[in-house]
Design a protein around this ligand. Structure first.
Ligand code: HGY
Ligand code: MN
Ligand code: MN
Length: 423
């Protein structure tokens, strides 16, 4: 039950200031847009600086901070009854290299703004509260997404996570140690009472319908492949077309097939496919690429259609290898099925938004989130806020207004207060 006589509310400007402050860490001038973007790729020096900045904010709020063996950070605020399992809020503060200021950060800084608001109001909840940020949610650097929360919830063994390497061959373990966040706390999380996450939608749906809040029903399935395509490098001018084994042509054929599959409707109207990385070797104007490393990112809100798309594109890899005279090897680097969030908490989010006079809709998340990992451990749910510019994300133009952010975090606060009083 949401007690909504006079709802407590956060300070929108203080939240905005904290988002701007963190956004200055790892900030860069994006030459294609002329905007300042954020690059706090997981476990880089910038990520380390961002982590220390947020840990300092947690401690300034009187919270006790724990760092686990995969670098997840948990800040705890005591409740009236500390024997009870805590209610956890969180997200991530690592970013893609061409990020905005809101992806993940809204969830972590919004949770800390809630703590600050409770401190100001001298309000102590029955249950203890925990604010978390998880290691390498994005997966951009080491190749698998939700790395920290997958370890915390047991999907990914710690040793396997430590061994992931970036393109320079640096491991998660060595990079965690380098930035000083190779903690010693047990990485397997004791199930919290519930998990809540506020996040930008990262898409056009809410804003296009002028809606304030997304009541997130779940997350669609995700499948990532990394392909190594080996052909034969040769002279661009002297090698006849029929004598080539061109790795870049093979990659291009696969990319076009992905788009045709998504457009075909055979895998549902919502299938999305992306070849985000296409790295040629040697990558020079007058040499036929002998090697290509490419990535494939498949998304689908239907598990059966996802499996069908995976089977078909894998069969196409073999067909292209044969027809182009190249070798194609591939590995699965991320794979999660569709996840449903907790219906009772969704109803509480809906009621809280309604009581605040906020418009809302139920929405499936197109992006992956730490909440989908936490949903395997406890009751989990997410609150989405709209974004301007068609909700663009993973781009410096990512932007949500102070009001949009405050609406989402206030709804999170209302639901948190209700759940934190549960016996
Ligand atoms: O890829 C995703 O969906 C998320 O941004 N990690
Ligand atoms: Mn995110
Ligand atoms: Mn992201």
């Amino acid at each position: 039950m949401i007690h909504m006589n006079q709802p407590l509310s956060i300070q929108p400007q203080r939240l905005r200031d904290s988002i701007e402050e963190l956004g200055r860490i790892g900030s860069y001038l994006d030459d294609s847009s002329g905007l300042r973007g954020v690059n706090r790729l997981a476990l880089t020096a910038a990520d380390g600086e961002g982590r220390r900045h947020v840990v300092a904010k947690m401690r300034a709020l009187g919270m006790s901070v724990t760092i686990d063996r995969i670098g997840n950070v948990y800040a705890r605020r005591s409740g009236r009854d500390d024997s009870l399992a805590p209610v956890m809020m969180g997200s991530h503060i690592d970013s893609v290299p061409t990020a905005g200021k809101f992806d993940g950060c809204l969830g972590v800084l919004g949770a800390l703004e809630i703590i600050h608001t409770l401190e100001d109001a001298q309000r102590v909840t029955r249950r203890p509260l925990v604010v978390a940020f998880f290691t390498d949610e994005e997966g951009s650097r080491f190749g698998t997404d939700m790395l920290g929360s997958a370890v915390a919830t047991g999907r990914l063994p710690l040793a396997e996570a430590y061994a992931y390497k970036d393109r320079a061959g640096l491991t998660v373990e060595s990079e965690l140690r380098k930035i000083g966040f190779l903690g010693d706390a047990e990485e397997k999380l004791t199930p919290p009472h519930a998990y809540l996450e506020c996040h930008i939608e990262q898409g056009p749906v809410l804003r296009s319908q002028n809606l304030d809040i997304g009541v997130v029903t779940g997350v669609q399935s995700i499948s990532w492949h990394e392909l190594s395509i080996v052909g034969r490098s040769a002279h661009a001018g002297t090698t006849p077309m029929e004598l080539r084994a061109d790795a870049s042509v093979a990659a291009s054929r696969i990319n076009l097939r992905l788009r045709d599959m998504a457009r075909s409707g055979k895998y549902g109207a919502q299938m999305r496919a992306t070849m985000g990385a296409m790295v040629p070797v040697p990558g020079l104007v007058n040499i036929i690429p002998g090697r290509m490393t490419v990535t494939v990112d498949l998304r689908n809100p239907d598990d059966n259609l996802m499996r069908s798309a995976e089977a078909d594109i894998i069969a196409f890899y073999d067909q292209v290898a044969h027809e182009e005279g190249v070798q194609i090897t591939w590995r699965q680097t991320a794979r999660t099925d569709c996840v449903q969030f907790d219906p009772r908490i969704m109803a509480q989010i809906d009621a809280a938004a309604a009581h605040r006079g906020l418009s809302r809709m139920r929405i499936v998340s197109g992006a992956g989130h730490d909440a989908q990992e936490m949903a395997h451990l406890t009751r989990a749910a997410m609150v989405f806020v709209p974004g301007e510019w068609n909700g663009i994300s993973h781009n410096p133009r990512e932007f949500s207004t102070p009001e949009q952010c405050a609406n989402g975090v206030n709804v999170l606060l209302d639901v948190l207060l209700a759940i934190a009083e549960e016996p």
